[in-house]
Write a protein that binds this ligand. Structure first.
Ligand SMILES: Cc1cc2nc3c(=O)[nH]c(=O)nc-3n(C[C@H](O)[C@H](O)[C@H](O)COP(=O)(O)OP(=O)(O)OC[C@H]3O[C@@H](n4cnc5c(N)ncnc54)[C@H](O)[C@@H]3O)c2cc1C
Length: 344
């Protein structure tokens, strides 16, 4: 009989991040699929009571908590100890955790200490003849594997955006506190503050419905023989503002800054989508002034509905990579789109 443990940590407000609610649904699905299995919860944070209360009705048989000032911040040494302690106390055979940056750092260490197997970037689960199988992508999202493991404990770090967030009634949860002693040496890493861009400068929005991708064409000479980088910036930023979209880029465009060419000031390598960039998840994507080369498009794996605007009717998007290709000038199209969006 499998003992499933859902793991989560609190955020800066002492609550659970969205990806934790998504992963809770994954854990519940696993419990449902494995006959006779039980579900427990393990929480790490400064104070985990509010987080526990928020999922009080999830059906967990037990909730474990490691809390206190030492666990309020993300730190490998203390997180790994907390996860190890919860894993041991619960006796879990399958541990399911969100792949947040905090847990992604600590889970492999916890796996080592618990003598567990771990799979990261889990992007799907299924059951075949009562056996749990997970899905994960390899080779920069070019190959998808379905796999299972006999090894226990088995830790699964679940990617965000795959499962619907769990929704259920709040309540008052009973949390079994686990005491974890931390030495001064283990606390020598100190979080002194958080540096985050202001909301306006924040162009990467994983929860956005639309991903707008900008390509190098925005900074190339246009029909009048001139470049129009400032105008391009305005069209792109207006669209991000009106559509609350996330911003992606082709490699060529983000590389231009280091090559001394005209650049879009808000664009960095973090925006790059593709084989050597990121693989964002959004329901819709709009590619503008980008050719649609294979090393770029491979990063569109998880974009469901794809549209592109390119003046070149033979660009890569026309080769079956987009659902709709507008053969048009992106400057003109985006100006019109923004005008319509501004009207609401
Ligand atoms: C190993 C390897 C890994 C790579 N990894 C990545 C990666 O992760 N991500 C990535 O993006 N690339 C990657 N590349 C590079 C990739 O192959 C392409 O070179 C790059 O994506 C091209 O960027 P682009 O389409 O913006 O620029 P370009 O190829 O210069 O295309 C610009 C496009 O803009 C169009 N255009 C110009 N003006 C307008 C206008 N007014 N309206 C509409 N359209 C217009 C043009 O028709 C043209 O198609 C990789 C390459 C290699 C070899």
């Amino acid at each position: 009989m499998e003992k499933i443990l859902f793991l989560a940590h609190t955020d800066a407000n002492g609550l659970l991040p969205k990806s934790a609610f998504e992963t809770l649904n994954a854990a519940l699905e696993i419990q449902k699929g494995l006959a006779g299995s039980t579900l427990s919860v393990g929480l790490v944070g400064g104070n985990v009571q509010a987080a526990a209360d928020s999922i009080a009705s999830c059906g967990a048989a037990k909730m474990f908590g490691v809390s206190g000032a030492d666990f309020g911040v993300s730190r490998y040494a203390t997180d790994v100890k907390a996860l190890e302690a919860i894993g041991a106390a619960s006796g879990a055979t399958i541990l399911v955790a969100p792949a947040t940056s905090r847990f992604s750092r600590a889970l492999p260490g916890a796996a080592f200490r618990l003598k567990a197997a771990i799979d990261t970037h889990v992007s799907g689960i299924q059951f075949t003849d009562g056996v749990l199988q997970i899905q994960r992508w390899y080779y920069r999202q070019r190959m998808m594997a379905t796999l299972t493991r006999a090894a226990r404990p088995w830790i699964l770090a679940v990617d965000s955006g795959v499962f619907q967030p769990w929704q259920g009634a709040k309540g008052s949860a009973k949390v079994e506190a686990i005491t974890v002693i931390v030495s001064d040496k283990e606390k020598r890493t100190k979080v002194t503050g958080v540096e985050a861009p202001s909301a306006d400068a924040q162009t990467i929005r994983p929860d956005a419905v639309v991903l707008l991708v900008a390509g190098a064409g925005w900074t190339k000479k246009q029909a009048d023989g001139q470049t129009h980088a400032k105008e391009a910036e305005k069209h792109i930023l207006d669209f991000l503002k009106y559509a609350k979209a996330s911003l992606g880029s082709s490699k060529s465009l983000v590389d231009q800054g280091s090559e001394g060419e005209a650049v879009l000031s808000f664009m960095s390598h973090l925006n790059q989508v593709g084989q050597t960039g990121s693989t964002p998840r959004h329901p819709k994507g709009l590619s503008t002034c980008c050719h649609g080369e294979e090393p770029h498009v491979v990063g569109w794996r998880f974009i469901n509905e794809r549209r592109a605007i390119n003046t070149d009717a033979n660009c890569g998007w026309a080769q079956g990579k987009a659902d709709v290709l507008y053969v048009a000038d992106a400057f003109a199209v985006m100006a019109k789109v923004n005008e319509l969006l501004a009207k609401g």
